[in-house]
Each structure stands twice: as structure tokens, then as C-alpha cells.
Design a binder for this molecule. Structure first.
Ligand code: ACO
Length: 402
């Protein structure tokens, strides 16, 4: 019943590509992915090299400004971010209004959205100076907001940032520290955190990044666009997968650890159950980030002397799935989130904080993508077309005649 002539617009044929399987929404010079080969590069640098040799601060700079910083550029950048870690007292009080058991993701997106009300000079996306300040404010304040979202959920007092510490140590202290006691940052955990943040820092036009760009294409400011990205990340098919993976592993463990039974349920699509942390729209090969994370998980567990039965279940699941035709034929491999939750758990984060940790990592990517979009003079407002499949014209029937 489709009227083909209506699928032509003034600019040509309208293509129907639900889920954007084959539609590029932009051109970008930030991140390169080859999903068949399992390659990921930020600004041309392979993720393996950045993971082994760089830091999250440096990677953030690289993504946003396009080049690796000199020593002076890096220390200026880090000091600048450190100066903005404090939240306005009124914004801090914001957290009191949420229910104690609120999920920290909507708390995070609400607080980031609220930054536009505290920094009203941020509203013009073409004011380069303001965009720069908004960039620094986001990098500085989102970790504080994330730590406060956690503090809220455990009913502990909020800690002010201590800017003598590095950004990561500061975040760990604000999250796990308590006012009356010194907080010693465990270097193993700090290193693992930095690695996780690097691995999540950008991933080209994924759901949340596309959301940031789409919202920004209407000339909404950086805070509004990033807040929208956080909401997109919340879903279990995207950033919420790391929480879903841990819940899945816990359920398998509670029900006796039957990996084969679970895989059978997935294959039979019982109750729509999926092997969470497996599959990816672009990677049809091992996700290179998953390889790095898997090794890091072993290291963290060994160094901390942790013996988590959930890691064994994850390893068994991977082994069984990668030898099973269902997963082989669909090219389903572990993605970045298959192992991240286990490390976050070892670090002491509750499951509901996992996606917030993903957001902390993805933040520089969202900012870099928003800035690239707004600086590109060819950017138009994002406005997809549709294929209408509803009723043809019909006449209104008055209520008493229906
Ligand atoms: N478990 C079982 N089957 C799966 C899984 C999975 N995790 N992922 C995909 N499949 C199956 C689908 O049912 C489909 O089978 P069919 O062709 O017989 O119908 C086939 O594999 C292709 O999957 P699609 O859903 O069409 O692939 P798409 O590219 O749309 O989805 C996605 C990708 C959303 C990541 C999907 O693989 C998934 O839901 N995975 C689990 C959630 C997850 O881990 N998300 C994190 C993604 S990475 C990230 O955001 C960091």
C-alpha cells in the first residue's frame, strides 16, 4: 500500500534504514573502527598503544583537541580541569531532592542538564570561549556529580573535591572516602580505573554519541546535548549492558552456575533472554577493548587476591559461546562490557554505578564529537525522513455518530 512517488523528496529518494545499519550520519576525523578486523583508533592512534602507554587525561585532550599534548599543554589542561571540580552549593543541594534509591544515571543526566541553569552564558554554541569553558566544566564536574550520585545512594555525606589529588584519585576519594578518615587510593585500582576510562573514551557514532550530535544539531548547548547522551547510554542495549552483564552472571551463579543451561535458553530465545555483553553493531570480530579488559581483569583479581566465581562463569560463557554455531554464525563476540562490570565490582562499585562509570569514560568523546559537529559549517539540523504506513485520508466522524 506504499505510494512510491511519496518516497521521493526534493533532494532525492528517501531510503528506509531503521537502526541506521548502513547510513552514515556525518563525517568525522575522531575515531576509526574496522569492525571486521577488530580495529579501534582514536585520532589515528591504536587503542592498544593508548591503553598501554597513555592516560585518560591525555586521551581526553587528544580526542577533544586532535593531537597528543606537550607536557606543558597537558599540565595546563589538567590544572584547568582541577580548578573547576567544585559544584555550586545549590547544585549540590539538588541531590537531596532525589529519592534515596534513585538510579544514579538519571541523577547524573539531571544534574548535567541543570548545569545550563547555573552557567547561563553557555547557551550560545558558537561562542568559542564559552564552549571551551563548558568543556572544562564538564570534564571537572561530571566526576563530582557521579561521586555525589553514589554518596546519595548510600546515604553518606558528600565530600568536597581535593584538588591536590589527580582527577582520578579525587574521584575515588569523593566516592569511597568518608569525612572523618583519610582515604588511601589503591594504585592498582587507580590504574585499572584509568584504563577503563581510556577504553570507553570514544566509539564514533554509537547511540549516545549520535544522540549528542542530533540534539546539538538544533544548536542546543553542550550541557543539554551531553545530558541527552547520558540518557541514551542508560539503556541496557547500550551502556546499561555492563550492569545487565553482572546481573546475568549473578543470576547464573545463584541458580547453580549452569552455563550450558543458560546458553540453551539464549539460543531458544526463552523470554527473549540474550547473552548480555555479547554482540555489537559494528564489531563482527572480537572487540579489541574486550581483549584488553579481559587481561586487565585477570591482573586486578590476581594483584588484589580476589577470587570471584562470577569471573569463572564469564570465562566459561565465553568459551561455550565462541564454540557454538549460534554465536559463530551470527558473529557474536564479547564486547567491551562483558568484563568491565567484574572490575568495577572488584573496585567496590555497586552494580548500578557501572553505567555511570561508562559515562565518565565516554564524556571526552561526546564533547569532541559535539565540537566537531558545531565547528563544521556543513552541519545541518538532524531531521530523518520517514515512510508513512498509516491510513490514507479519511473524513472525521462526530462523536455521536461513532
Ligand atoms: N545474545 C543472543 N543473541 C544475540 C545477541 C546476544 N547478545 N546479540 C545479537 N543476537 C542475535 C540477534 O537475535 C540476531 O539474531 P537473528 O538474526 O537470528 O534474529 C542477530 O544476533 C543479530 O543481532 P541484532 O540484534 O540484529 O544486531 P544489532 O546490531 O541490531 O544489535 C546489539 C547489536 C544491540 C549490541 C546486540 O548484539 C545486543 O543486544 N547485545 C546485548 C547487549 C549488549 O551487550 N550491548 C552492549 C553493546 S556495546 C556498548 O554499547 C558498549
Amino acid at each position: 500500500g506504499l505510494d512510491i512517488s511519496k518516497l521521493m523528496s526534493t533532494t532525492g529518494a528517501v531510503a528506509l534504514d531503521g537502526g541506521f545499519l548502513n547510513t552514515a550520519s556525518c563525517s568525522s576525523a575522531i575515531t576509526f573502527i574496522d569492525g571486521d578486523e577488530g580495529i579501534l583508533r582514536y585520532r589515528g592512534y591504536p587503542i592498544e598503544q593508548l591503553a598501554a602507554q597513555s592516560t585518560f587525561s591525555e586521551v581526553s585532550y587528544l580526542l577533544i583537541y586532535g593531537h597528543l599534548p606537550s607536557a606543558i599543554e597537558l599540565s595546563d589542561f589538567e590544572n584547568n580541569v582541577k580548578r573547576h571540580t567544585m559544584l555550586h552549593e545549590d547544585l549540590r543541594r539538588f541531590f537531596d531532592g532525589f529519592p534515596r534509591d534513585a538510579h544514579p544515571m538519571p541523577v547524573l543526566s539531571s544534574a548535567v542538564s541543570a548545569l545550563s541553569t547555573f552557567y547561563q552564558d553557555s547557551l550560545d554554541p558558537f561562542d568559542k570561549e564559552q564552549v571551551e569553558i563548558s568543556t572544562i566544566r564538564l570534564l571537572a564536574k561530571v566526576p563530582t556529580i557521579a561521586a555525589y550520585a553514589y554518596k546519595k545512594s548510600v546515604g553518606q555525606p558528600y565530600l568536597y573535591p581535593d584538588n591536590k589529588l589527580s582527577l582520578n584519585d579525587n574521584f575515588l576519594r569523593m566516592t569511597f572516602g568518608v569525612p572523618a578518615e583519610d582515604y588511601e587510593v589503591d594504585p592498582v585500582l587507580a590504574k585499572a580505573l584509568d584504563l577503563l576510562l581510556i577504553l570507553h573514551a570514544d566509539h564514533e557514532q554509537n547511540c549516545s554519541t549520535s544522540t549528542v550530535r542530533l540534539v546539538g544539531s538544533s544548536h542546543a548547548n553542550l550541557f543539554a546535548s551531553v545530558s541527552a547522551g547520558i540518557n541514551a547510554l542508560f539503556g541496557p542495549l547500550h551502556g546499561g549492558a555492563n550492569q545487565a552483564v553482572l546481573e546475568m552472571l549473578t543470576n547464573i551463579h545463584r541458580s547453580g552456575g549452569g552455563v550450558n543451561t543458560f546458553i540453551r535458553q539464549v539460543k531458544n530465545r526463552e523470554d527473549g533472554v540474550k547473552l548480555m555483553g555479547f554482540g555489537h553493531r559494528v564489531y563482527k570480530n572480537y572487540d579489541p577493548r574486550a581483549t584488553i579488559i579481559k587481561n586487565a581483569a585477570h591482573e586486578v583479581f590476581e594483584t588484589l587476591g580476589i577470587n570471584d566465581p562470577l569471573l569463572d562463569i564469564a570465562l566459561r560463557l565465553e568459551e561455550v559461546a565462541l564454540a557454538d554455531d549460534f554465536f559463530i554464525s551470527r558473529k557474536l563476540y564479547p564486547n567491551v562490557d562483558f568484563y568491565t562490570g567484574l572490575i568495577y565490582k572488584a573496585m567496590g562499585f555497586p552494580t548500578r554505578m557501572f553505567t555511570v562509570m561508562f559515562a565518565l569514560g565516554r564524556l571526552p568523546g561526546w564533547i569532541a564529537q559535539w565540537r566537531e559537529m558545531i565547528e563544521d559549517p556543513t552541519t545541518k539540523i538532524g531531521r530523518p525522513r520517514q515512510v508513512y504506513v498509516g491510513e490514507p485520508q479519511r473524513s472525521y466522524i462526530p462523536l455521536d455518530a461513532r
